[in-house]
Design a protein around this ligand. Structure first.
Ligand code: ADP
Length: 246
Protein backbone atom coordinates (compact mmCIF):
# COMPACT_ATOMS: atom_id res chain seq x y z
CA UNK A 1 0.00 0.00 0.00
CA UNK A 2 2.83 2.35 0.97
CA UNK A 3 4.52 1.57 -2.34
CA UNK A 4 1.43 2.53 -4.30
CA UNK A 5 1.16 5.86 -2.45
CA UNK A 6 4.83 6.51 -3.06
CA UNK A 7 4.52 5.81 -6.80
CA UNK A 8 1.44 8.03 -6.96
CA UNK A 9 3.29 10.89 -5.25
CA UNK A 10 6.27 10.48 -7.57
CA UNK A 11 3.97 10.45 -10.55
CA UNK A 12 2.36 13.72 -9.42
CA UNK A 13 5.77 15.32 -8.97
CA UNK A 14 6.87 14.26 -12.46
CA UNK A 15 3.66 15.69 -13.90
CA UNK A 16 4.33 19.00 -12.16
CA UNK A 17 7.92 19.16 -13.39
CA UNK A 18 6.66 18.53 -16.90
CA UNK A 19 4.11 21.34 -16.65
CA UNK A 20 6.70 23.86 -15.50
CA UNK A 21 9.13 22.81 -18.23
CA UNK A 22 6.46 23.12 -20.84
CA UNK A 23 5.58 26.66 -19.69
CA UNK A 24 9.17 27.76 -19.71
CA UNK A 25 9.65 26.49 -23.27
CA UNK A 26 6.56 28.33 -24.42
CA UNK A 27 7.49 31.64 -22.81
CA UNK A 28 11.10 31.50 -23.96
CA UNK A 29 10.06 30.65 -27.49
CA UNK A 30 7.64 33.56 -27.55
CA UNK A 31 10.27 35.95 -26.31
CA UNK A 32 12.84 34.67 -28.76
CA UNK A 33 10.41 35.10 -31.61
CA UNK A 34 9.67 38.72 -30.67
CA UNK A 35 13.35 39.65 -30.49
CA UNK A 36 14.07 37.81 -33.74
CA UNK A 37 11.20 39.65 -35.45
CA UNK A 38 12.72 42.95 -34.38
CA UNK A 39 16.10 41.92 -35.89
CA UNK A 40 14.39 40.73 -39.05
CA UNK A 41 12.74 44.10 -39.63
CA UNK A 42 15.95 46.00 -39.05
CA UNK A 43 17.73 43.78 -41.59
CA UNK A 44 14.85 44.31 -44.01
CA UNK A 45 15.22 48.07 -43.69
CA UNK A 46 18.88 47.81 -44.69
CA UNK A 47 18.02 45.45 -47.57
CA UNK A 48 15.30 47.78 -48.84
CA UNK A 49 17.90 50.59 -48.75
CA UNK A 50 15.69 52.61 -46.41
CA UNK A 51 18.86 53.65 -44.61
CA UNK A 52 20.93 54.44 -47.70
CA UNK A 53 22.76 52.58 -50.45
CA UNK A 54 24.54 49.28 -49.79
CA UNK A 55 27.18 47.47 -51.84
CA UNK A 56 26.37 44.13 -53.48
CA UNK A 57 28.73 42.39 -51.02
CA UNK A 58 26.82 43.95 -48.10
CA UNK A 59 23.52 42.98 -49.73
CA UNK A 60 24.68 39.40 -50.07
CA UNK A 61 25.63 39.13 -46.40
CA UNK A 62 22.50 40.94 -45.21
CA UNK A 63 20.39 38.52 -47.26
CA UNK A 64 22.06 35.59 -45.52
CA UNK A 65 21.42 37.15 -42.11
CA UNK A 66 17.79 37.87 -43.09
CA UNK A 67 17.20 34.29 -44.25
CA UNK A 68 18.73 32.72 -41.15
CA UNK A 69 16.63 35.02 -38.96
CA UNK A 70 13.54 33.85 -40.86
CA UNK A 71 14.55 30.24 -40.27
CA UNK A 72 14.99 30.88 -36.54
CA UNK A 73 11.54 32.52 -36.41
CA UNK A 74 10.05 29.42 -38.05
CA UNK A 75 11.78 27.21 -35.52
CA UNK A 76 10.46 29.23 -32.58
CA UNK A 77 6.98 29.04 -34.12
CA UNK A 78 7.27 25.29 -34.17
CA UNK A 79 8.45 25.26 -30.57
CA UNK A 80 5.43 27.33 -29.59
CA UNK A 81 2.89 25.14 -31.36
CA UNK A 82 4.44 21.83 -30.42
CA UNK A 83 4.74 22.72 -26.80
CA UNK A 84 1.59 22.32 -24.74
CA UNK A 85 1.45 25.00 -22.14
CA UNK A 86 -0.46 23.84 -19.14
CA UNK A 87 -2.07 25.92 -16.48
CA UNK A 88 0.92 26.41 -14.25
CA UNK A 89 3.60 29.00 -14.42
CA UNK A 90 5.96 28.72 -11.50
CA UNK A 91 9.47 29.91 -10.69
CA UNK A 92 8.84 33.64 -10.60
CA UNK A 93 11.75 35.83 -9.69
CA UNK A 94 10.41 39.03 -8.12
CA UNK A 95 12.53 42.19 -7.98
CA UNK A 96 11.90 45.96 -7.93
CA UNK A 97 11.58 47.09 -11.52
CA UNK A 98 11.23 50.46 -13.26
CA UNK A 99 8.31 49.62 -15.56
CA UNK A 100 8.65 52.82 -17.62
CA UNK A 101 12.20 51.88 -18.55
CA UNK A 102 11.16 48.29 -19.33
CA UNK A 103 8.32 49.54 -21.52
CA UNK A 104 10.65 51.95 -23.35
CA UNK A 105 13.09 49.13 -24.09
CA UNK A 106 10.25 47.00 -25.43
CA UNK A 107 8.86 49.77 -27.61
CA UNK A 108 12.34 50.42 -29.02
CA UNK A 109 12.48 46.80 -30.23
CA UNK A 110 9.40 47.41 -32.36
CA UNK A 111 10.38 50.67 -34.05
CA UNK A 112 11.76 48.79 -37.08
CA UNK A 113 8.55 46.88 -37.59
CA UNK A 114 6.25 49.87 -37.08
CA UNK A 115 8.40 52.00 -39.40
CA UNK A 116 8.07 49.33 -42.11
CA UNK A 117 4.27 49.35 -41.83
CA UNK A 118 4.26 53.14 -41.52
CA UNK A 119 2.53 52.86 -38.19
CA UNK A 120 2.96 55.73 -35.78
CA UNK A 121 4.18 54.29 -32.48
CA UNK A 122 3.54 56.76 -29.67
CA UNK A 123 4.63 56.36 -26.07
CA UNK A 124 2.85 58.67 -23.63
CA UNK A 125 5.40 58.83 -20.83
CA UNK A 126 4.02 59.65 -17.38
CA UNK A 127 4.61 63.23 -16.22
CA UNK A 128 5.97 62.12 -12.83
CA UNK A 129 8.31 59.30 -11.79
CA UNK A 130 6.54 56.03 -11.04
CA UNK A 131 7.30 53.82 -8.06
CA UNK A 132 9.32 50.74 -8.80
CA UNK A 133 7.15 47.64 -8.73
CA UNK A 134 8.01 44.18 -7.49
CA UNK A 135 7.58 41.98 -10.57
CA UNK A 136 9.33 39.23 -12.47
CA UNK A 137 11.09 41.47 -14.99
CA UNK A 138 11.44 38.91 -17.79
CA UNK A 139 7.82 37.79 -17.44
CA UNK A 140 6.51 41.35 -17.55
CA UNK A 141 8.76 41.99 -20.55
CA UNK A 142 6.90 39.11 -22.28
CA UNK A 143 3.59 40.80 -21.39
CA UNK A 144 4.69 44.14 -22.86
CA UNK A 145 6.14 42.45 -25.93
CA UNK A 146 2.99 40.49 -26.64
CA UNK A 147 0.69 43.51 -26.39
CA UNK A 148 2.88 45.83 -28.47
CA UNK A 149 3.59 43.09 -31.02
CA UNK A 150 -0.13 42.38 -31.46
CA UNK A 151 -1.04 46.06 -31.76
CA UNK A 152 1.37 46.43 -34.70
CA UNK A 153 0.66 43.02 -36.21
CA UNK A 154 -3.10 43.60 -36.32
CA UNK A 155 -2.90 47.22 -37.47
CA UNK A 156 -3.30 48.43 -41.00
CA UNK A 157 -0.63 50.34 -42.85
CA UNK A 158 -0.53 54.00 -41.72
CA UNK A 159 -2.17 53.04 -38.43
CA UNK A 160 -1.43 54.42 -35.01
CA UNK A 161 -0.48 52.69 -31.74
CA UNK A 162 -0.58 54.64 -28.50
CA UNK A 163 0.98 53.16 -25.37
CA UNK A 164 0.53 54.75 -21.98
CA UNK A 165 1.52 53.95 -18.41
CA UNK A 166 0.53 55.75 -15.23
CA UNK A 167 0.34 55.28 -11.48
CA UNK A 168 -2.98 55.54 -9.70
CA UNK A 169 -3.03 55.18 -5.93
CA UNK A 170 -2.05 51.57 -5.32
CA UNK A 171 -1.67 50.35 -8.89
CA UNK A 172 0.08 50.81 -12.20
CA UNK A 173 -2.18 51.19 -15.24
CA UNK A 174 -1.01 50.38 -18.73
CA UNK A 175 -2.88 50.63 -22.02
CA UNK A 176 -2.01 49.77 -25.61
CA UNK A 177 -4.42 51.29 -28.12
CA UNK A 178 -4.38 50.54 -31.84
CA UNK A 179 -6.36 51.45 -34.94
CA UNK A 180 -6.33 47.89 -36.31
CA UNK A 181 -8.78 45.05 -36.85
CA UNK A 182 -11.81 44.59 -34.60
CA UNK A 183 -12.41 41.68 -32.23
CA UNK A 184 -16.07 40.82 -32.83
CA UNK A 185 -18.50 40.33 -29.95
CA UNK A 186 -18.59 36.56 -30.60
CA UNK A 187 -14.80 36.31 -30.48
CA UNK A 188 -14.35 38.47 -27.40
CA UNK A 189 -15.10 35.76 -24.82
CA UNK A 190 -12.51 33.40 -26.36
CA UNK A 191 -9.61 35.76 -26.89
CA UNK A 192 -7.55 34.63 -23.88
CA UNK A 193 -8.03 30.93 -24.63
CA UNK A 194 -5.05 28.86 -25.61
CA UNK A 195 -4.52 28.73 -29.43
CA UNK A 196 -7.57 30.90 -30.13
CA UNK A 197 -7.20 33.15 -33.19
CA UNK A 198 -9.92 35.13 -34.94
CA UNK A 199 -10.52 34.71 -38.68
CA UNK A 200 -9.58 38.31 -39.48
CA UNK A 201 -6.34 37.88 -37.51
CA UNK A 202 -5.45 34.72 -39.49
CA UNK A 203 -5.94 36.65 -42.73
CA UNK A 204 -3.70 39.46 -41.54
CA UNK A 205 -0.95 37.29 -40.14
CA UNK A 206 -0.90 33.60 -41.00
CA UNK A 207 1.92 32.65 -38.63
CA UNK A 208 0.51 33.51 -35.15
CA UNK A 209 0.20 30.85 -32.47
CA UNK A 210 -2.72 32.01 -30.36
CA UNK A 211 -0.57 31.55 -27.26
CA UNK A 212 0.51 35.14 -26.61
CA UNK A 213 -2.58 36.40 -24.82
CA UNK A 214 -3.07 33.13 -22.95
CA UNK A 215 0.47 33.44 -21.57
CA UNK A 216 0.06 37.18 -20.98
CA UNK A 217 -3.08 36.69 -18.89
CA UNK A 218 -1.44 33.96 -16.81
CA UNK A 219 1.58 36.16 -16.09
CA UNK A 220 -0.56 39.20 -15.19
CA UNK A 221 -2.75 37.11 -12.87
CA UNK A 222 0.34 35.61 -11.23
CA UNK A 223 1.23 39.21 -10.34
CA UNK A 224 -2.30 39.70 -8.89
CA UNK A 225 -3.05 42.05 -11.77
CA UNK A 226 -5.90 42.30 -14.23
CA UNK A 227 -6.07 42.34 -18.03
CA UNK A 228 -9.01 43.21 -20.30
CA UNK A 229 -9.70 44.89 -23.60
CA UNK A 230 -12.21 46.97 -25.56
CA UNK A 231 -12.65 46.64 -29.29
CA UNK A 232 -14.78 48.40 -31.91
CA UNK A 233 -14.52 49.40 -35.56
CA UNK A 234 -11.95 52.07 -34.66
CA UNK A 235 -9.51 49.53 -33.17
CA UNK A 236 -8.63 47.68 -29.99
CA UNK A 237 -7.24 48.73 -26.62
CA UNK A 238 -5.70 46.32 -24.13
CA UNK A 239 -5.56 47.39 -20.47
CA UNK A 240 -3.48 46.02 -17.63
CA UNK A 241 -3.35 46.93 -13.97
CA UNK A 242 -0.61 45.71 -11.65
CA UNK A 243 -0.78 46.25 -7.89
CA UNK A 244 2.07 48.31 -6.43
CA UNK A 245 2.40 45.91 -3.52
CA UNK A 246 2.38 42.26 -4.43
P1 ADP B 1 -1.44 35.41 -32.00
O1 ADP B 1 -1.24 36.89 -32.15
O2 ADP B 1 -0.22 34.62 -32.13
O3 ADP B 1 -2.55 34.91 -32.87
P2 ADP B 1 -2.39 35.98 -29.30
O4 ADP B 1 -2.67 34.99 -28.23
O5 ADP B 1 -1.40 37.02 -29.03
O6 ADP B 1 -1.94 35.09 -30.53
O7 ADP B 1 -3.75 36.64 -29.71
C1 ADP B 1 -4.90 35.82 -29.85
C2 ADP B 1 -5.85 36.46 -30.84
O8 ADP B 1 -6.41 37.65 -30.28
C3 ADP B 1 -5.22 36.90 -32.15
O9 ADP B 1 -5.07 35.85 -33.05
C4 ADP B 1 -6.24 37.92 -32.62
O10 ADP B 1 -7.35 37.25 -33.17
C5 ADP B 1 -6.68 38.59 -31.31
N1 ADP B 1 -5.92 39.82 -31.02
C6 ADP B 1 -4.90 39.96 -30.17
N2 ADP B 1 -4.47 41.24 -30.11
C7 ADP B 1 -5.25 41.93 -30.97
C8 ADP B 1 -5.31 43.31 -31.37
N3 ADP B 1 -4.48 44.22 -30.88
N4 ADP B 1 -6.25 43.66 -32.27
C9 ADP B 1 -7.11 42.74 -32.77
N5 ADP B 1 -7.09 41.44 -32.44
C10 ADP B 1 -6.18 41.03 -31.55
Amino acid sequence: MDDILKIKAENEELKNINLVRSDLISISAHQLRTSLSASKWILKMFLDKDLGDITSEQENLLNKAYESTERMIMLTNEMITLNHTEDKILSFNFQDVDLVELLEQTIFEFYGESHKKEIELIFLKPSSILNKVSVDKEMIRVVFQNLVENSIKYSNIHGKVVISISQNEDEIDLSVRDTGITISNDDQKHIFEKFYRTENAKQKDAIGSGLGLYTTKKIVENHKGKIWFESDEKGTTFFITLPLNN
